[in-house]
Design a protein around this ligand. Structure first.
Ligand code: GN1
Ligand code: MG
Length: 374
């Protein structure tokens, strides 16, 4: 989704010139995707294309840590999975830094546009969604032996749901913007479900689940697909690659991509869990990530629920705190987003047995295929 503006981006053009790009900047357009960083497509006169990104330091105060995680992962994948897993690689600035500090608090980085790739904001078919699952599944599989503990925690306690509840309570307590009155129903909804939403993290703390190098932000727009074959090409947006649970990656993708409505839909009647999409993603993820243990597979549905509730309370917390974290395009945008997440979580509750059944069936299917091959 590009805004079709080619003028008005003089500062971004100036920044792009700090990198060794091929040719003079001919046009820049903003890619409206994501709620945190800003992303621009830069095209030069000879047709070379680049992605320029402004990193939000309110969210990512430690840019060095993000870039270090990224290069550790790139190096690992280059060494162990050459040719199998495409990776974007950031270009150094002309004076040899892996990002550009504009001296005004802004951090910028740039990489070559991946040729023949598309980035979908929504799966157009179940097959697209299946492909995105393969992208994230392959990524996780490729990193199965990566020492996750070496990764910096770029955002502390990112998917620690109980900690998200703690921050949520602080925001309720402070009610800095006087918005609590209008969100009582949502607050009650979240508090009533706290134990269930936090079950996954509890298992993590009890040492029941392996800690992996996970992506942690597995929306479909974070996988590039080949524009012709529509197969997964490469996983992008590695800012939140951190030690985590496989169920986080599975769950966040379901939360976003298996919902029948957009994340900010205002007509809640349109929001539900699409079980066909849920199955398609489960299949792609299990097929491409055979390193998952039985225990991990057994909590995948739990991951979808936890990520949906957690994201809902994050939107609600931000709404209570005056919309400082997630970029908004309209008043109450974060509240609308929170409501879709809670609606989706509620729908998952009613479809719980079916979700578990789909996971079990797809797991059985993958195992049968593997043993038939052996
Ligand atoms: C943010 O900016 P984007 O769309 O990549 C957020 C995710 C949320 C998501 C909700 C660093 O991701 O955790 O799930 O919005 N990223 C960060 O759409 O907080
Ligand atoms: Mg992101």
């Amino acid at each position: 989704m590009h805004t079709d503006i080619c003028v008005g981006f003089a500062p971004q053009a100036e920044i792009a010139r700090r990198f060794p790009i091929d040719g003079e900047v001919a046009s820049i357009s903003q890619i409206k995707s994501g709620h945190i960083n800003e992303t621009y497509l830069v095209t030069t006169h000879n047709g070379s294309r680049y992605i320029l990104q402004w990193i939000n330091r309110y969210v990512f105060p430690n840019v060095e840590a993000i870039m270090q995680n990224m290069s550790a992962i790139s190096a690992f994948l280059r060494e162990h999975h050459k040719g199998k897993m495409a990776m974007i690689s950031y270009m150094d600035t002309l004076d040899g830094h892996n990002y550009y500090d504009d001296g005004k608090g802004g951090a910028w980085r740039l990489y070559r546009f991946v040729p023949d790739s598309i980035c979908l904001q929504r799966a157009e078919t179940a097959e697209d969604f299946y492909q995105s699952a393969r992208g994230f599944g392959c990524f996780q599989y490729a990193l199965r032996e990566f020492p996750a503990e070496q990764l910096a925690e770029t955002i502390e306690r990112f998917h620690d749901t109980p900690d998200r509840y703690r921050k949520f309570r602080e925001a309720i307590e402070a009610d800095e913007y006087g918005r609590l009155r209008e969100v009582r129903a949502e607050v009650d909804f979240a508090l009533e479900r706290e134990e269930r939403a936090c079950r996954l993290q509890k298992l993590r703390e009890e040492g029941e689940l392996p800690i992996r190098a996970t992506h942690n932000d597995t929306k479909i727009n974070n996988v590039l697909l080949d524009k012709d074959s529509r197969q997964a090409l490469c996983v992008i947006d590695l800012d939140t690659v951190m030690p985590g649970l496989s169920a986080h990656d599975f769950g966040d993708a379901i939360r976003f991509g298996a919902s029948t409505a957009a994340e900010d839909e205002t007509d809640l009647n349109k929001v539900s869990l699409d079980l066909d999409y849920f199955r398609a993603f489960t299949r792609g993820f299990l097929e491409s990530c055979p390193s998952l243990t039985d225990r991990e597979v057994s909590v995948l549905a739990q991951g979808a629920y936890a990520m949906t509730m957690e994201c809902g309370i994050r939107f609600l917390t931000d709404y209570l705190m005056g919309d400082k974290y997630f970029a908004i395009d309209r008043e109450k945008h974060n509240l609308d987003r929170c409501r879709t997440q809670f609606m989706l979580a509620k729908d998952m509750e009613s479809k719980w047995d079916e979700m578990e059944k789909v996971v079990a069936e797809e797991y059985e299917r993958v195992k049968t295929k593997v043993s038939a091959k052996a």
